[in-house]
Design a protein around this ligand. Structure first.
Ligand code: PEP
Ligand code: MN
Length: 347
């Protein structure tokens, strides 16, 4: 159950916390700016609920009934809009995040970003710290990759989306990123997630490749509980018996997450399929099931990419993707951010 407060510092009346404590109820506090919330995890009687309702500090009580509470749509019926500087994820316009799997050099990122910016793309992806299955594969340019990412993103007025691999790099990566990406391998790193709840940047949370939807939403809950509600869920494929694609892109999970949660959900068909030929069809399908946007790997020279070249679109394929997305966005009257001049967040 969630107990939302008007002003938890209100004086002269019994505080909600005093009551929860005196009744021996188990609870947690999530300090969202402007919306302090107690997450009550114990069984609570009708009498206790009535008393809480009578407190002048209590604004709203919501019975949730699922293991994740703050991530539930039962609490927030309208979708959360994640503000990224002057842009939005989960707002009126689906977003397209694009860029290489990894930052390889300033020249490479500049070439790619310059192409993307001309197409109206506002979010630039690129890993500086790469989680690679083999220790012999390219591990990323690390700090110099972050520096390149920031410089190039600023040059084209784009938002920088880059992965944070572990807590020790949080301060460093935060200096350069606009969105912190948590990779599929880290979805279960609860220590990292809790720390991300305590900082101010939006978090793009990939679904673990063997995580259930409930586990994915509980991972988001770890971040939310820290008071950071700027969480973007990202479906990136799960491991199944099918070896013909790198992963199985689980679009039913996307439609389900949109129904269960108020958080924006985007789709990464690049890791999801591992095959550049499948990116456009799966991107269109993702939008059709209600995704709030896409994250797509794009490279100026995929065959020489230092990571994930086989699943990276070349520039011609990227244009084909845009053509397809324009068609589908017309069908459901949801123009993409790259086609809208009014995507800027104004208030
Ligand atoms: C990536 O986006 O390049 C990446 C490594 O993603 P994932 O964590 O989904 O494998
Ligand atoms: Mn990749």
């Amino acid at each position: 159950m969630l107990v939302e407060l008007k002003n938890h510092l209100a004086e002269g009346c019994p505080t909600t916390e005093d009551f929860l404590r005196s009744e021996g109820l188990k609870y947690h506090f999530a300090g969202f700016p402007g919306t302090p919330v107690y997450v009550v995890v114990s069984y609570i009687t009708d009498k206790q609920i009535d008393f809480l309702k009578s407190l002048p500090t209590v604004a709203k009580i919501t019975q949730i009934g699922t293991s994740y509470q703050l991530a539930s749509k039962k609490w927030k019926a309208s979708g959360t809009v994640v503000k990224v500087k002057n842009l939005e994820v989960g707002g009126n316009y689906p977003v397209l995040i694009a860029g290489p799997c990894a930052v390889e050099s300033e020249e490479q990122l500049y070439t790619i970003a310059s192409f993307l910016a001309k197409k109206g793309i506002r979010f630039l992806r690129g890993g500086a710290y790469k989680p690679r299955t083999s220790p012999y594969s390219f591990q990323g340019l690390k700090k110099s990759g972050l520096e390149i990412m920031r410089k190039v993103a600023d040059e084209f007025d784009m938002m920088a989306v880059t992965e944070l691999l572990d807590l020790s790099a949080l301060d460093e990566v935060s200096q350069y990123a606009d969105i912190l990406q948590v990779g599929t391998r880290n979805m279960h790193n609860y220590h990292l997630l809790r720390a991300l709840g305590k900082q101010k940047l939006p978090v793009l949370l990939k679904r673990g490749f063997s995580a259930t939807v409930e586990e994915w939403l509980l991972a988001a809950e770890h971040i939310l509980l820290g008071g950071n509600d700027m969480v973007i869920l990202c479906e990136r494929g799960i491991r199944t018996f099918e070896p013909a694609t790198r992963n199985t892109l689980d679009l039913s999970a996307v439609a389900l997450a949109k129904q269960l949660s108020h958080l924006p959900v985007i789709v990464d068909p690049s890791q999801g399929t591992g095959d550049s030929r499948l990116i456009t069809p799966l991107s269109l399908a993702a939008m059709a099931v209600g995704a709030d946007g896409l994250m797509v790997e794009t490279h100026n020279d995929p065959s020489h990419a230092l990571s994930d070249g086989q699943q990276s679109l070349n520039f011609g394929q990227f244009e084909e993707l845009l053509t397809g997305l324009r068609k589908i966005s017309q069908l459901d009257s949801r123009p993409f951010d790259f086609d809208s001049k009014s995507v800027k967040f104004t208030s």
